[in-house]
Design a protein around this ligand. Structure first.
Ligand code: ZN
Ligand code: ZN
Length: 239
């Protein structure tokens, strides 16, 4: 039990909330005693191409336009709740927590030259208006602030409205997004290493299509950085 006066005062005026369930917690905590995030952390060693734990990888390396996926968590249980609360309820602390974990994973797993730019997976304007904010934008900005990697919110854009990926089969997901992203005109990305930031990687189609657009504009390397990914159960498609 903590009894420091400062902590108590802070807790009263600026209550910190559990990143999963929203319960008020002490300032130095991230989640409450009832929520567990550690059991959803993807164990090392991982495949540096698709981000799955070693032995659970069938990423079909030659089909993918991105070079690495870096992700701290599986999209399941309390982590799924945490991401959903961030996306759909706008829980501020959750974004902070997820971005912090993404920075940590990037620092631990990405051992190559420093990336030049970080870009969010773009949302269509209509969806952004409906939600009020773009969660990928928020994450990418925070990661940029923490790492000094330049944030470029305008680099990638969506070329057309597409139905949400949720609820589509793997093949439909791929067709749904083919050439749905483009790099802003007159951008020369020659030789650049670029991070594409998203909240979750499911089949990887979104990151694949974003990376394709970036590479068409000259990017040398594309890293997909997400807070969570869907655990590979070997029934999935190649990407
Ligand atoms: Zn909780
Ligand atoms: Zn793999």
């Amino acid at each position: 039990m903590k009894s420091k006066l400062a902590d108590i005062i802070l807790t009263v005026f600026f209550p910190r909330r559990c990143a999963v369930c929203g319960k008020v917690i002490f300032p130095d905590e991230v989640v409450c005693d009832n929520c567990d995030i550690e059991k959803h952390r993807i164990p090392y060693p991982k495949c540096d191409k698709c981000g799955q734990a070693e032995g659970f990888c069938n990423c079909g390396a030659d089909k993918l336009s991105f070079d690495h996926i870096i992700t701290p968590f599986y999209y399941e249980g309390d982590i799924r709740t945490c991401i959903k609360n961030f996306k759909f309820k706008g829980y501020y602390d959750n974004g902070k927590f997820l971005a912090g974990e993404m920075v940590r994973a990037l620092e631990e797993e990405y051992v190559f030259e420093k990336p030049d730019l970080i870009v969010p997976v773009p949302m269509t304007k209509r969806r952004k208006r409906r939600r009020g904010f773009s969660q990928t934008d928020t994450l990418a900005r925070r990661i940029s602030e923490a790492t000094g990697i330049e944030f470029r919110g305008d680099l990638l854009r969506k070329t057309r409205e597409t139905p949400p990926q949720v609820g589509l089969g793997a093949k439909e997901r791929r067709n749904n997004l083919v050439n749905a992203f483009a790099v802003s005109e007159n951008e020369n990305l020659k030789g650049k290493t670029i991070i594409v930031c998203d909240d979750t990687k499911t089949t990887g189609t979104t990151l694949h299509e974003c990376a394709k657009a970036l590479k068409r504009a000259g990017a040398k390397k594309v890293i997909g950085l997400t807070a969570a990914l869907t655990k590979n159960d070997f029934r999935g498609e190649a990407y």
